[in-house]
Ligand binder design. Structure first.
Ligand code: IDP
Ligand code: MG
Length: 137
């Protein structure tokens, strides 16, 4: 089942020079294809749409502050079961709980600064691709 997903390499990943490492893991999965990719400093309005489900949570304001703190890589990845697949590469939200071998497990320690976002369902993917790439086909 071919799908597409919205992936963000968060400002910590860019600051730490991990773009190549993370993009490489995604690129090496057989048959997956990057159909859009841009280095972009995200604005608050965009992030408010993206993280609408988390409004009011204690981590929401610090999360938006962190996500606007420097450039991020914004990308669309397409391919076989890519929604579940990039979430599996990323690992669980808490990098300390994330298994070694996952992106968060290998490189993260702080829950907020967990390197990568990836859409969690087909509905989220369609919604999020539209937010970040309104003219994507
Ligand atoms: P996900 O990115 O694994 O889907 P969500 O629960 O959707 O995780 O949370 C969105 C983002 O908010 C996380 O990736 C992380 O950056 C941040 N976050 C989530 N929970 C916490 C928390 O308890 N403390 C600090 N930051 C959090
Ligand atoms: Mg989420």
């Amino acid at each position: 089942m071919s799908q597409r997903t919205l992936v963000l390499l968060k400002p910590d990943a860019v600051r730490r020079g991990l773009i190549g490492e993370i993009v490489g893991r995604i690129e090496r999965k057989a048959g997956w294809r990057i159909s859009a990719m841009e280095l972009r400093t995200l604005d608050r309005e965009t992030l408010e749409q993206h993280y609408a489900e988390h409004v009011g949570r204690p981590f929401y304001e610090p999360l938006l502050e962190f996500m606007t703190s420097g450039p991020a890589v914004v990308m669309v990845v397409e391919g076989e079961r890519v929604i579940e697949g990039v979430r599996a590469l990323a690992g669980p939200t808490d990098p300390i709980a994330a298994p070694p071998g996952s992106i968060r497990g290998d490189f993260g320690t702080i829950v907020r600064e967990n390197l990568i976002h990836a859409s969690d369902s087909e509905e989220s993917a369609e919604r999020e691709v539209k937010i970040f790439f309104p003219s994507h086909g």
